[in-house]
Design a protein around this ligand. Structure first.
Ligand SMILES: *Cc1c(COP(=O)(O)O)cnc(C)c1O
Length: 428
């Protein structure tokens, strides 16, 4: 495939946009080369600026669960746009999508819409701190909760030591209120809680991790977090920005039958427009301004185009009772196919999979946390990535990412992908 025009466009972009991209994950830092510029997308396919077609396994990093340019969403946005694109005043549509989301997700009474997953997580933590009147939070190494200061704390520090900033610009003062724990390690969490008695406001977790590859929780991990939180007056925040409306109608709370205290959403809930949301029981949500003392706001929050897209998406998911089963079956089929060809080609690998999330790691050991996720062979991944692009299959340009299966993918697309992986891995 030829990437002449993409390369030219990237060179132009670099002059006026830092690194040529508006989000670092789009750059090809981990794999080399220059990013592919997209012209359009429909269903399971991306069409790039050089006229290539790629089967898409990123799907805008999650939102396009029903495929690109999904008709009901596109129609809803077009219709709303004609009526005005923003008012800064309440609209009926906001209540409609709020009521709909509350009806789909267990254990929430009220929801507030924001403009990104970052904002949702940032606001959820502020709310938890206001509600509990405590300052510290526990987060897990390798879990991503957006780029707000308190979450940009690096992995690797000892169990009871304070986190150190991993991005310049995050102050030591902020970092010291974020305690780092190891994913899937309850003992580690217990130690942190004991060392910080009555100081921890919240534990925030990706209940199925998706930002270090796909890492499902081990048996008892989420149950254990729930118990520890309840016993210690800590709020449990499920960051379901990736998993919400993806792994089940009601997300991981429904899937594993565990209640969180605050739940964050993004990605699917906006149907591909910039949307995030956070939700909880009324008792907690009523702490927010204008009812309560915790301030949170947004000029474009609840934007009519975004709400129309989100509502159309949620309605489509709600009306199709087979959707999550079908997605899981497609993902299982793809996973089995990849396993078959990688084995036949003597490649060392581990595949993690749950629902419509899957990741391939070039390492023989189980991948259960940030450390094991980092053990994969990145040189093999680079060949894998570029080989697949050459075959017309697009996965995320980093070994730390999950692939997202969309309902627009046909079994022919999946077979095509498996064959491409066979071909590429033969040449490793
Ligand atoms: C993507 C993501 C975020 C951040 O959402 P943005 O919309 O990119 O700000 C937060 N948490 C999780 C789990 C995510 O996957």
């Amino acid at each position: 495939m030829i990437y002449q025009r993409s390369s030219q466009l990237f060179a132009e972009a670099e002059k006026v946009i830092p690194g040529g991209v508006n989000s670092p994950v789009r750059a090809f830092k981990a794999v080399g080369g220059t990013p592919i510029f997209v012209k359009s997308a429909k269903g399971a396919y991306l069409y790039d600026e050089d006229g290539n077609r790629l089967i898409d396994y990123i799907n805008s990093w999650g939102p396009m669960i029903l495929g690109h340019a999904y008709e009901p969403v596109v129609e809803a946005v077009i219709e709303k746009a004609k009526l005005g694109t923003s008012f800064g005043m309440p609209t009926e549509l906001e209540t409609q999508i709020a009521a709909f989301a509350v009806s789909m997700v267990p254990n929430i009474d009220k929801i507030r819409f924001v403009n990104s997953g970052t904002e949702a997580c940032m606001s959820a933590v502020r709310l938890a701190r206001g509600f509990t009147k405590r300052d510290k939070i526990i987060k897990f190494a390798g879990c991503y909760h957006g780029h707000s200061d308190s979450f940009l704390i690096q992995a690797g520090s000892g169990a009871v030591t304070f986190g150190t900033p991993n991005s310049p610009g995050v102050t030591a003062g902020t970092a010291k209120d974020t305690l780092l724990a190891k994913y899937n390690d309850l003992e580690n969490v217990k130690t942190l809680i004991e060392a910080n008695k009555n100081e921890i406001a919240a534990i925030i977790v990706e209940p199925v991790a998706g930002n270090m590859g796909c890492i499902p929780p081990v048996k008892g991990f989420l149950e254990g977090l729930r118990e520890l939180c309840t016993a210690n007056g800590i709020l449990l925040i499920f960051d379901e920005v990736m998993t919400g409306f993806r792994l089940a109608r009601g997300g991981v709370q429904e899937l594993f039958n565990i209640n969180a205290d605050i739940v964050c959403f993004g990605k699917v809930i906006g149907g591909g427009l910039p949307v995030g949301a956070f939700a909880a029981r009324a008792e907690i949500m009523n702490y927010l301004a204008p009812l309560g003392p915790v301030y949170q706001a947004g000029t474009l929050s609840g934007n009519p185009l975004a709400m129309a897209a989100g509502l159309a998406m949620l309605q489509a998911l709600d009306s199709d009772r087979e959707i999550f089963k079908r997605l899981e079956e497609k993902t299982a089929y793809l996973g089995a196919g990849i396993e078959r060809v990688l084995k036949a080609n003597n490649v060392v690998f581990t595949i993690n999979r749950i629902g419509s999330m899957i990741s391939v790691h070039f390492d023989a050991n189980p991948v259960t946390d940030f450390q094991s996720a980092g053990a994969g062979d990145n040189e093999t991944f680079k060949k894998f990535f570029h080989g697949l692009v050459a075959e017309g299959v697009y996965i995320a340009p980093s070994a730390y990412e999950t692939w997202f299966i969309t309902d627009a993918l046909t079994y022919e697309d999946l077979d095509f992908t498996i064959q491409a992986i066979d071909k590429v891995s033969k040449a490793f």
